[in-house]
Design a protein around this ligand. Structure first.
Ligand SMILES: [Zn+2]
Length: 281
C-alpha cells in the first residue's frame, strides 16, 4: 500500500495570498473521508528557516518578501514542500500532496510576482540534495501560467527536467527545459487534446530517469477559473492518473504541489480525489 503524506497549514486559508486563500475555505474538513484511509497521514507544514530560503534567493529579495503582506505564508508553503520532498527522498513516504498559501513557480532568483513569493520546489530540491541521495528531479508543471521562475532557477541545473504546459513552445539546447503550448491562440484545444499533449511528453520524463517526480498542479486551468484551458474535474483526475501511472512505471516517488487556482468548489472537489488516487494507485 502506498504511503501518502498530506501537508497542510491552517494559516493558508486565513493568511494565504489573497487570491488563493478562499479556495481552501472547506479545508481541512474536506479531507475527512480520505484521511480515514490508514495509508494517508496529515502533517502540518513546518516553517522553513531563512537559511533554507537563501538556497534559492538572495537576502535582498527575502527582505522584500518579508515586507509583503500577501507573502505571510511563504515560509510555511516552502517548509511543507521541503518536508514532503525530504520524506519522499528518504523513502518514508511514497507520495505526497502539498497545500500552499502562496504560489512558487513564478518566483525567480531575485523576482517575485503574481501569487508566487518563494520558489518552494527549487528551495526544497537544493535543501534535500544536501541531506539525502536525491539528485535528479523532474517537474511536470500544468499550472496554466508559465513557470518562468522555476525555469530560470534551474537553467544551469543538469539534473533537473522542467516540462511546462503553458502558452508557448520552447526547448532548451540541453533539452531539460521544455515548454509545451497548450493554448494555441484562436484555436483552443479540447481537454482530450490537452491530455494527449501531456501524455505525449511523458516519455521525456522516462528517458530522464528522475529520482523523484513533482507535479506542479495549478487548478487555474479549470474551465471556470481565470486562466481556463477548459479542463474539468474529470480532466484533472485523468492527468493525475497519467502521473501516478508514470511514477509506478519508474518506481519513483510522486510529489503533488498545489499551484494557482482560485475556486473553492474546484479545490474542495478535486483535491480529496487527487489524494485518493495517490493512495489507491
Ligand atoms: Zn511555461
Amino acid at each position: 500500500m502506498k504511503k501518502v503524506g498530506v501537508y497542510y497549514h491552517p494559516l493558508f486559508k486565513t493568511q494565504g495570498h489573497l487570491s488563493l486563500r478562499g479556495r481552501l475555505a472547506d479545508f481541512p474538513g474536506a479531507l475527512e473521508g480520505v484521511l480515514q484511509r490508514p495509508n494517508v497521514i496529515l502533517y502540518e507544514c513546518p516553517r522553513a528557516t531563512r537559511e533554507m530560503i537563501l538556497k534559492a534567493h538572495p537576502g535582498e529579495m527575502v527582505a522584500q518578501v518579508d515586507l509583503e503582506d500577501e507573502c505571510r505564508t511563504a515560509y510555511e508553503s516552502a517548509g511543507g514542500v521541503m518536508a514532503a520532498m525530504e520524506a519522499l527522498a528518504k523513502g518514508e513516504l511514497d507520495r505526497a500532496f502539498c497545500f500552499t498559501g502562496t504560489g512558487g513557480h513564478h518566483a525567480g532568483m531575485r523576482e517575485f510576482y503574481e501569487t508566487s513569493c518563494f520558489n518552494h520546489v527549487v528551495i526544497a530540491l537544493r535543501r534535500v540534495r544536501e541531506i539525502t541521495p536525491l539528485r535528479r528531479l523532474a517537474i511536470i508543471d500544468t499550472d496554466a501560467l508559465h513557470g518562468g521562475g522555476t525555469m530560470q532557477l534551474l537553467g544551469e541545473d543538469q539534473e533537473a527536467l522542467h516540462l511546462c504546459f503553458c502558452r508557448s513552445n520552447y526547448r532548451s539546447e540541453d533539452g531539460l527545459a521544455v515548454e509545451v503550448n497548450v493554448h494555441p491562440p484562436g484555436n483552443p484545444m479540447t481537454p482530450r487534446q490537452y491530455l494527449e499533449k501531456l501524455q505525449d511528453h511523458l516519455p521525456l520524463v522516462e528517458q530522464f530517469q528522475p529520482d523523484l517526480l513533482v507535479w506542479y498542479c495549478g487548478l487555474n486551468a479549470h474551465q471556470d477559473d481565470y486562466a481556463s484551458l477548459g479542463l474539468t474535474i474529470g480532466d484533472y483526475l485523468a492527468a493525475c492518473g497519467l502521473l501516478v501511472s508514470l511514477a509506478n512505471t519508474l518506481k519513483k516517488p510522486l510529489l503533488v504541489v498545489l499551484g494557482g487556482g482560485t475556486l473553492r468548489q474546484v479545490a474542495s472537489e478535486v483535491i480529496p480525489e487527487i489524494i485518493q488516487l495517490l493512495a489507491e494507485g
